[in-house]
Design a protein around this ligand. Sequence first.
Ligand SMILES: [Zn+2]
Length: 143
Amino acid sequence: MKTETLSRQTALEPFVHKNGNGLRHTAAKSRKLTTRQIKNLETRIREKLRETHEDIKILNGSISEELPTQPYSSSIADNADGHAEREKIVRESNHLLKLCRALEDALTAIKNGTYGICTVCGGNIPYNRMAATLVAKQHCECK
Ligand SMILES: [Zn+2]
């Protein structure tokens, strides 16, 4: 009975489909963050922001110390090293600035009541992900 086999397969198909899409489905249906969870995360965000500001200050300090180098007295190799070192500091500093902005965005989102809500699908982002990243704006799957 060929038709019977076929219809049985069709009947099974939604299950297969659901399995394949399982992760996204769970993520989208996550529970909303509780006020207490948000409060916890907010404290951590503020702490992290303070730390990051501190790190930027230190980095900026090391850049301005580095800047007045004497290009003619040092060897080419020293110069290249100094240059690479400064590049590294600038890159790190940019990274920290970006992090600062993300943390400030997160605080704004908390104020606006949009914290923990995926900007792509509008679903709730799981607490675990928010606790791990502090600044996530999307589900892993929506990114
Ligand atoms: Zn999403």
